[in-house]
Structure formats: structure tokens, C-alpha cells
Design a protein around this ligand. Structure first.
Ligand code: ZN
Length: 242
């Protein structure tokens, strides 16, 4: 099987469409979305419609839950909080129920999905160092765990001897007996100083995980954010991928 795994679309339809166009030449059997379909960007309904048209299993991110009214936004930045209420005001009941109904964790051999970490997934911690990776590895029941949330792609591995290492997040051939946590980066708001949209392909026959990038019309996403009256910084940051 070839799986297309992506995360953190954040209501950026130009980025999502470019990613789906790139996936069109990848012979994808099934998609997985690791959360934060909405929030920050100006096209939540468009992104939800596109996602729901795919053969996809999606899980909840913190923004999805906040827009659906299932978590408080006290821990959000002021810009993020403004985007959450802007988004909630624009979505219809069906979309809000869809977001509110997304589960926190999905797990079925050979993969698990969680937006933040497997420990307390409803608290949306960032998996951003070896120690947080160790906590998630301790709970992981499958060979691979795909995460998002940081908007920075990266891979941690744990070999049979328990040693945890950071791997190069490009093209990775899986080693027998090793487990992996793969942060697939962000479609709609990358924060690694590369403005291109990130997406992942997992081939279960070749035992290979690849994280790829595709350019999209960043300016149109930025313009849509400005025209919607959302905080300008949310558009400006897309230009630099920060
Ligand atoms: Zn996010």
C-alpha cells in the first residue's frame, strides 16, 4: 500500500490543492490527516470539503477541537484565538460536528496517528525532542507513529536496544525491529523557513517513508487572510515559512 499522510492544513486551500496535485502522481491508496485542518487561514470550508472528498482517516488537532468548542483557547496566541473564533463563526453545523467528532488517536497496524503526543493526547504537547519522543515510544503499539503540531518535519527512531535517534527527514528506509515517530510537517503553515507545503508518502512494500515539499501560491493564501480581516501576521509568516 501507498499511504499519503499530511498534517496542519490550517485552512490554506492553495497549499492543500498543490499537495493533492503532487499526490496525484504518487499512486496513493489511502490518505491520513494528522489534524489541524482549520485555524489560521481563510478557507476553512473549502479545505474541509476537499478533505472530505478523499479516502481519508483524519484525527483532531487542537485547532479543530477549539473551533468545535471542545477545548478552551486560553493557551492559544491572540492571533490563533482570533482565527479560531473567526473560523467557528463561518462554519456550518455539519462542519462543526465533523471537526468535533474527530478522534484524538487512530491506531491500526502498521501505523498510529496523534496530533501531539501519545501521552495525554487531549493536552496537545509538542513532540520536539528525544525526551518527548521517548514518552510516545513507550506507549506506541505499532511500528510507526505519525504526528504533526510543530509544523516542522522530523523523524525519531528507536532501535531494538531502546536507543532513540533523530533521523534525516527526507527519504527513510525503515529498519527491521526499529520503530519510528514521523512528524510530517505542515501543508498550510510550515515553520522551518521553507515556505513550501510539506507532505509524506509511506510505502509499505518498499518500507519507505518520504517527506516531500511542493511550492504553492503563497501570495494568494496571504491575500485571502488579509481580505478576510484575519491578523496580517498569519499571512505574512507564510511567505517565509515561519
Ligand atoms: Zn497546527
Amino acid at each position: 500500500m501507498r499511504y499519503g499522510i499530511f498534517s496542519d492544513v490550517h485552512s490554506n486551500i492553495a497549499a492543500l490543492d498543490s499537495v493533492l496535485q503532487a499526490y496525484a502522481s504518487e499512486q496513493i491508496d489511502m490518505f491520513f490527516c494528522v489534524g489541524d485542518i482549520v485555524g489560521y487561514g481563510a478557507e476553512p470550508e473549502e479545505c474541509l470539503a476537499r478533505l472530505r472528498g478523499l479516502p481519508v482517516i483524519a484525527i483532531a488537532g487542537n485547532h479543530d477541537r477549539a473551533v468545535a468548542g471542545r477545548i478552551k483557547t486560553a493557551a492559544f496566541t491572540p492571533d490563533a484565538r482570533e482565527a479560531v473564533s473567526w473560523t467557528a463563526d463561518r462554519l456550518d453545523l455539519d462542519s462543526l460536528e465533523f471537526l468535533g467528532g474527530l478522534r484524538l488517536v487512530y491506531s491500526d497496524t502498521p501505523l498510529t496517528l496523534v496530533h501531539g503526543t501519545l501521552n495525554d493526547p487531549a493536552d496537545f504537547y509538542y513532540l520536539s525532542d528525544a525526551s518527548s519522543a521517548a514518552d510516545t515510544f513507550a506507549l506506541l503499539q505499532t511500528q510507526l507513529c505519525f504526528v504533526g503540531h510543530t509544523h516542522v518535519a522530523g523523524v525519531y527512531s528507536r532501535d531494538g536496544d531502546g536507543r532513540i535517534a533523530a533521523e534525516h527527514a527526507g527519504s527513510l528506509t525503515l529498519r527491521e525491529g526499529a520503530r519510528y515517530i514521523v512528524n510530517v510537517g505542515s501543508v498550510g503553515q510550515p515553520r522551518d523557513h521553507d515556505p513550501r507545503a510539506a507532505y509524506c508518502v509511506f510505502d509499505t512494500v518498499q518500507n519507505k517513508v518520504e517527506i516531500k515539499r511542493v511550492a504553492y501560491d503563497v501570495e494568494s493564501a496571504r491575500r485571502a487572510i488579509r481580505e478576510a480581516g484575519l491578523p496580517g501576521f498569519l499571512g505574512d509568516r507564510l511567505l517565509e515559512g515561519r
